[in-house]
Design a protein around this ligand. Structure first.
Ligand SMILES: [Zn+2]
Length: 342
């Protein structure tokens, strides 16, 4: 089986020759490449070289392209901070009201954003290399509708407005716009050459909001996103940080074909809820991969492989982004253990 076939087989619900491995490693890859986050985020050539070099170094089945969590928010006019050596972040306190944001969003076309242009150029360059070298390219389409709304309004104000009945109409109008923008990003990433897209809807997980809030403001828009992507033949993955156990059945109903859960989510429960609906990516703990020794890493990898070996349903990797100082030896252990025992 080729590497691209291996991941496509898992995505399609089949059983691959072994469990494929992909790592969420842009921070670590930039550190190893000796480039700052400022250099990384502002050049398609640097992004492509950094991630390709890391893929060659660790010999993974796929590459996850990611730059930060503020790509769409910045294209939508949010206040964003661009530190030199850590990933860009949206400011928690935003200067626009929800009404202003909704008005502004109606005019947003991602193709006019310089940051999105660099990003799409990076996908393009990487897809040429990936197709020539049999590597699967997951082009992250940044935030899902709920998380993009959260970043645009600012986390604290957003969480307060979710509990305010008078804001409901505004929030629904906001989500209509963030859904439209998220969809455009998936189209652009797929057209630029990604084999699949992915998105983060981290703030809809149970570590941040209640299942009731997720069902009201997150799930309907995520379901529409996935219905549209499915109709267009664009495979995708949803990443959720933290704990998601109470909403696993709901997530199955969104129609998203693959979920990436953090280590806090029970992978056995996630697999049961997903049967016939979705497959999984993850869910090794990035903190463990950062601080444990290779023996402990191998043990954790073996435990996860034991659950899925010969059955399909898993692409193994960290459940969230790896820290910049994650020891390379641990990633080599993850990949080699998977190749030997997956
Ligand atoms: Zn995460």
């Amino acid at each position: 089986m080729t590497r691209i076939e291996r991941i496509r087989t898992v995505l399609a619900g089949g059983v691959p020759d072994r469990i494929p491995v992909m790592i969420h490693n842009f921070l670590m890859a930039a550190r190893e490449e000796g480039v700052t986050m400022a250099e990384y985020r502002s050049s398609a050539d640097v992004i492509a070289k950094t991630l390709i070099d890391a893929c060659v170094r660790y010999d993974t089945d796929g590459i996850l392209l990611d730059v930060d969590t503020a790509l769409l928010a910045s294209a939508c006019g949010a206040d964003v901070t661009y530190p030199d050596d850590i990933a860009a972040v949206t400011n928690d306190k935003q200067s626009r009201s929800i009404e202003q944001i909704i008005d502004d969003l109606a005019k947003v076309d991602l193709r006019n954003s310089d940051r999105v242009k660099i990003y799409l150029e990076a996908i393009n360059k990487m897809s040429v290399w990936c197709n020539a070298n049999d590597v699967f390219l997951r082009a992250n389409a940044d935030q899902g509708p709920f998380s993009l709304g959260c970043l645009l309004v600012g986390m604290n104000d957003f969480l307060v407005s979710l509990l305010d009945e008078d804001e409901e109409e505004n929030l629904m109008a906001l989500m209509e716009q963030t859904l439209r923008i998220a969809l455009q990003m998936h189209h652009l990433c797929f057209e630029a050459g990604g084999h699949m897209t992915s998105y983060g809807n981290s703030s809809e997980g149970c570590s941040v909001v209640s299942p009731a809030i997720f069902r009201k403001f997150g799930k309907p828009f995520e379901t529409r996103l996935n219905q549209q992507l499915k109709k267009e033949g664009i495979p995708t993955l949803c990443h959720i940080c933290g704990w998601s156990d109470p909403i696993l059945e709901d997530l199955a109903e969104t129609g998203c074909p693959m979920f990436e859960f953090d280590a806090r989510t029970d992978i056995r429960k996630a697999r049961e809820a997903g049967r016939g609906h979705y497959v999984l990516s993850g869910n090794l703990d990035p903190a463990m991969l950062n601080s444990a020794g290779p023996d402990e890493v191998k043990k954790a990898v073996m435990e996860l492989l034991d659950l899925f070996r010969g059955q399909g349903g898993l692409m193994i990797g960290p459940g969230c982004a790896l820290g910049p100082n994650t020891p390379g030896e641990n990633i080599r252990t993850l990949v080699e253990t998977t190749k030997q025992f997956g």
